[in-house]
Structure formats: structure tokens, C-alpha cells
Design a protein around this ligand. Structure first.
Ligand code: DGL
Length: 284
């Protein structure tokens, strides 16, 4: 496993952002396919501001602008990925405008494939409160499913469950949190479901199991990773030094054992954002 305690080790890294654990399945799919031959990545879990889903668009944009500015003091990223639907619908345009030299990649719910595949013309979307009320979601729905009914449900209890360790909970407990949503969608006549919050990917198997056989579950992992790969093709790495990935937590709380276990499970070193060592030459 890669170990570091210094910003100096991150040459032209790829940044991943989420409010917590949600973006890790996206990071993992990307890293499995792309870390061969080097490269570095920083995954930032913004625990200090979790959950994003209960904040306003303006608050989320301000939080992410500050966070990105802080990171850019230390690294020159090759690309930056918002592995979070809430962050993407709220802040992607502001971040692109504020940091135009960075290649930003966002995440949106897979409403397009879900709408195209629906035969009952009733499509379920699960997300955070912030995401499902964002006009962008309704625009997507209109564009790809103008003749379909979109049933968008906020499921902040699942976000919290996952963030607090739900991915490691017994299957029966995972089913208990996911089932009411599947039941509501089934009762509404949905035959497809777009997972519109990256945290839900940690329970993908459970959603699929409960939804089968009549509801097909769609997620955005492959689409987002493919987009990152396209962006990287156009921005070859200028990094020379290292190959490794680090999970960074925001805030001043000590790193909880659960997060150490998660970092290990994903093969990453873990630090608090403010505790990485700044090399002396950075001040010259
Ligand atoms: N993982 C985030 C998303 O995809 C939301 C979690 C939160 O509310 O912070 O929307």
C-alpha cells in the first residue's frame, strides 16, 4: 500500500470530491482501470460539511469553492471529479467558472438510460433533498422522458445510514432501509430506477435484489468513469513522481476507526486534509 505524509508526493493528481464515502465506488472503478503505470489521486471526503443534501445550492457552491482553492495551493490537478450528484447539480458551473484551467467532471443521475428503458413510462429517481429539487433533474427528465412520469424521492436516511457504516451492516438491516423506497416506486408503477446519490452505490446489490424482477436499477458509475477517461486522454499526465491514492478527510475531528477500515478496504492511505506535510520548498 502507498504511504505518504506530504503534499510533495502528489504530482499532477486526479482529485475526487464527495461529502463522505459516496464517491469511493466511482474512484475504485476508475483506479482499477487507470492506475496501471503510475499516477496519483486524492479522494477528499468532506466530512466537515456532511451532509450536502440538506444545504442550499449557494452553501454547497461556497464550500466547494473554498475547498478547491485550498487544495490548489498544494497541487496542480490533472482533473477534478465531483463524485457526488448534490455537489454537481449545485456547484459544477460555479467551479468551472472560478477555476477555468481545471478539467472538471460531474456526476448526474442516470435518468437518460432509465427513461429510455422504461416500458411502463414511470421512472424512479432516488437522491438527496437538494438533488431532487434541482431544476436540472427535471430538465433531464423532460429531455429524455417527456412522456414519462418521474417519481423522484429524497432518501436522506439512506445517505446517513451508509455514511455511518451501512455498507458493513448485516444484509437484513440494509434491506430495511432500502425497501420502503422500492415499495413506493413499485406502487407508483415504476419499472426503472436511477440511483441519484453516490452513497447509494454502496448498497447497489441490495437495491438490485429488492427491485428485481420488475424494476431495473441504473447507476452512473460507468458513465462518469468513461468521461474521466476521455478528459484524461486530452490531458496527459505531467506527473513524474508517485503512484498512489490517498483519502483525505476535512475537519478537525480525529480519524475514526471506521474510516481507517474503509481506507484499507480501498487500498488507500488516509490523512486529515490539514495534517499533510507542506514541503519547505513550497515556501521559497
Ligand atoms: N453523495 C452525495 C450525492 O451523490 C450526497 C450525500 C450528502 O447529502 O452529503 O448526492
Amino acid at each position: 500500500m502507498f504511504h505518504t505524509d506530504s503534499w510533495d508526493d502528489f504530482d499532477n493528481p486526479i482529485l475526487f470530491f464527495d461529502s463522505g464515502i459516496g464517491g469511493l465506488p466511482y474512484f475504485r472503478r476508475f483506479w482499477e482501470r487507470n492506475s496501471v503505470g503510475g499516477g496519483s489521486a486524492l479522494y477528499i471526503a468532506d466530512r466537515e460539511h456532511f451532509p450536502y443534501g440538506h444545504k442550499t445550492r449557494e452553501e454547497i457552491a461556497a464550500i466547494l469553492t473554498r475547498l478547491a482553492a485550498e487544495l490548489l495551493k498544494h497541487v496542480e490537478p490533472r482533473a477534478a471529479v465531483l463524485a457526488c450528484n448534490t455537489a454537481s447539480v449545485s456547484a459544477l458551473d460555479v467551479l468551472r467558472e472560478t477555476f477555468p484551467s481545471i478539467h472538471w467532471v460531474g456526476t448526474v443521475p442516470a435518468i437518460k438510460p432509465a427513461a429510455l428503458a422504461s416500458k411502463t413510462r414511470c421512472v424512479g429517481v432516488l437522491g438527496t433533498d437538494r438533488t431532487i429539487e434541482d431544476p436540472y433533474i427535471m430538465e433531464l427528465a423532460k429531455k429524455y422522458g417527456s412522456d414519462a412520469k418521474i417519481v423522484a424521492l429524497a432518501a436522506s436516511d439512506i445517505v446517513r445510514f451508509v455514511e455511518e457504516g451501512g455498507e458493513r451492516a448485516p444484509e437484513a438491516e440494509k434491506e430495511r432501509v432500502a425497501l420502503p423506497y422500492i415499495q413506493r416506486l413499485r406502487a407508483a408503477g415504476a419499472d426503472t430506477l436511477a440511483l441519484g446519490c453516490t452513497h447509494f452505490l454502496l448498497l447497489l446489490d441490495v437495491f438490485r435484489r429488492l427491485a428485481a424482477p420488475d424494476i431495473v436499477v441504473f447507476d452512473s458509475v460507468e458513465g462518469v468513469v468513461h468521461r474521466i477517461e476521455e478528459v484524461l486522454e486530452a490531458a496527459p499526465s505531467r506527473g513524474q513522481k508517485t503512484s498512489g491514492a490517498v483519502l483525505l478527510l476535512t475537519g478537525s475531528a480525529p480519524i475514526e476507526p471506521l474510516w481507517r477500515i474503509r481506507a484499507r478496504a480501498f487500498g488507500m492511505d488516509i490523512h486529515r486534509l490539514d495534517s499533510l506535510h507542506v514541503p519547505e520548498e513550497a515556501f521559497e
